[in-house]
Design a protein around this ligand. Structure first.
Ligand SMILES: Cc1cc2nc3c(=O)[nH]c(=O)nc-3n(C[C@H](O)[C@H](O)[C@H](O)COP(=O)(O)O)c2cc1C
Length: 206
């Protein structure tokens, strides 16, 4: 029995969002095929995620050093830490997000900021930084209107997330992308239908 964390980084309604459709399809298919797993969902737009900045950094530093903290710092630290521990303890994590303006939504950036914690997600040794989450399995569900080559430097959503996860030592990453439905509007419906079919199959085998 596995614990699975579903992270949704898109607050658009499902009927107008391909990545939310992917999320729901994956979730339904996964639940059917893995009825005994424990699933937790987190909607990154539902709770305000404080930006990484002086307050969050100071709160983290003070907590690490056991220094006195203000009530606000304690609240911030507990929030960030709860998201970090939830991510670390999941056997599998599924992220769903769109490509907007070449990048991932800002909430996903904030969420990934919280995951950078020396001693928990990576550590430093003589060889440099080493990721510590080597056993975690991840699926990425992404929708983008244009078509991008894998090494396209303008694609900073999937590549952005994969780079963060790789830094944490995660290598088992399955990526589902539905793309080109804006660039090729005549085939848009077909692209989405076939992409969702693939998502269903990937979820069943994840
Ligand atoms: C604000 C905004 C910015 C977008 N920027 C890009 C972009 O830079 N490149 C691209 O290929 N598509 C872009 N698109 C199209 C989206 O990638 C496409 O609508 C995709 O389906 C988004 O996922 P969603 O349907 O789950 O919201 C953009 C769409 C929106 C609404």
């Amino acid at each position: 029995m596995n614990t699975v964390l579903f992270v949704k980084a898109n607050d658009r309604p499902m009927e107008r969002s391909v990545s939310v459709k992917m999320y729901e399809q994956f979730l339904r298919s996964y639940k059917e095929s893995h009825p005994h797993d424990t699933i937790t969902e987190i909607d990154l737009y539902e709770v305000p995620l404080p930006y990484l900045g002086n307050k969050v950094i100071d709160a983290g530093n003070k907590a690490a050093k056991g220094l006195p903290m203000t009530t606000e710092e304690r609240t911030l630290q507990r929030f960030v830490s709860s998201k970090l521990e939830q991510f670390i303890s999941a056997d599998k994590v599924v992220f769903a997000f769109p490509l907007w303006n070449l990048s991932a939504p800002a909430v996903l950036h904030s969420y990934l900021d919280y995951m950078h914690h020396p001693g928990k997600t990576f550590s430093y040794s003589e060889e440099g930084a080493t990721g510590l989450l080597t056993d975690k399995k991840v699926a990425l569900l992404n929708a983008r209107g244009g078509v991008y080559a894998e090494d396209d430097r303008f694609e900073m959503a999937v590549n952005f997330v994969i780079n963060h996860l790789s830094f944490f030592g995660i290598t088992d990453i399955t990526t589902c992308v539905i793309e080109g439905h804006h660039e090729f509007p005549d085939s848009g419906e077909k692209i989405i239908r076939e992409g969702l079919q693939q998502v269903e199959e990937v979820a069943a085998g994840f």
